[in-house]
Design a binder for this molecule. Structure first.
Ligand code: C5P
Length: 228
């Protein structure tokens, strides 16, 4: 069994329409971020959990974790998601055969089965991301025009994205010498390892693993949880 660590990126201050950041908003009785903490804990008991937070809200995260925080290490995030994940990675112990999962705390509804699929795929292939079929039609921008593209060629990518720890650490180290424009093109962790020439495998994601962005997403997540 590989040693495992989880980086939960809960670092931004975006509010999804509420008065506190979306990761701290109430979803079915507990804050959004705690749903994924609980699911990761039940999906893998013996793991290091690193929660990356916006320093302005650190105390609120600690308050919500009361009694549950012994295995959770809290670190301050940065201005961008990349900076927050880099801060989380610095807290992950070096381990040649270890695996690290990076999950957006704004995706509270991932299932324990999906987490297990992810660990298995990453143990086999070193770089594993969850993906689902695109169901909307897709068009490619072309100035003020657009052109239809074959959606069967594309997938929507989610988190947790899971990697061999040494590979992800090396990928993030290499980012230190990149220009802002190059960094802006790296929208997830898979793109960080892919630029090192590492092949990225996909495992089956879940349509319900939605990302909370606005108030409508919170309402949808609440409805899904009520139906379970
Ligand atoms: O803002 P957005 O939803 O795209 O962020 C995706 C994920 O990255 C969220 O879970 C958010 O908490 C995290 N993030 C972060 N640090 C930032 C920006 C975003 O941890 N500075």
């Amino acid at each position: 069994m590989n040693k495992t660590a989880i980086i939960l990126a809960a670092g931004s201050g975006s509010r999804a329409g509420g008065s506190v950041p979306k990761q701290l908003q109430n979803l079915h009785g507990i804050p959004v971020f705690l749903h994924s903490v609980n699911r990761f804990i039940s999906g893998c008991q013996d793991t290091q959990i690193i929660l990356v937070v916006n320093p302005s809200y650190r105390d609120m995260f600690i308050k919500h974790l009361a009694g549950n925080d012994t295995c959770i290490h809290i670190v301050n995030g940065g201005k961008s998601r990349l900076e927050s994940v880099a801060a989380g990675l610095r807290a992950v112990s070096d381990n040649e055969t270890g695996l690290v999962a990076v999950h957006d705390a704004a995706r509270p509804l991932l299932s324990v089965d999906m987490i297990r699929r992810g660990w298995k795929c990453a143990a086999e292939h070193a770089a594993a991301v969850p993906a689902i079929q695109v169901t909307d039609s897709l068009r490619k921008r072309d100035g003020t025009l657009s052109h239809a593209v074959d959606r069967a060629l594309y997938m929507a990518v989610q988190t947790p994205q899971i990697f061999r720890t040494d590979i992800l650490k090396k990928g993030y180290k290499e980012l230190e010498s990149l220009a802002e424009t190059e960094l802006a093109a790296l929208t997830d962790d898979a793109s960080v390892v892919e630029r090192m020439g590492i092949p990225v495998h996909t495992y089956e994601g879940e349509a319900t693993n939605l990302k909370i962005t606005g108030p409508a997403d919170l309402a949808i997540a609440h409805t899904i949880l009520s139906a379970l």
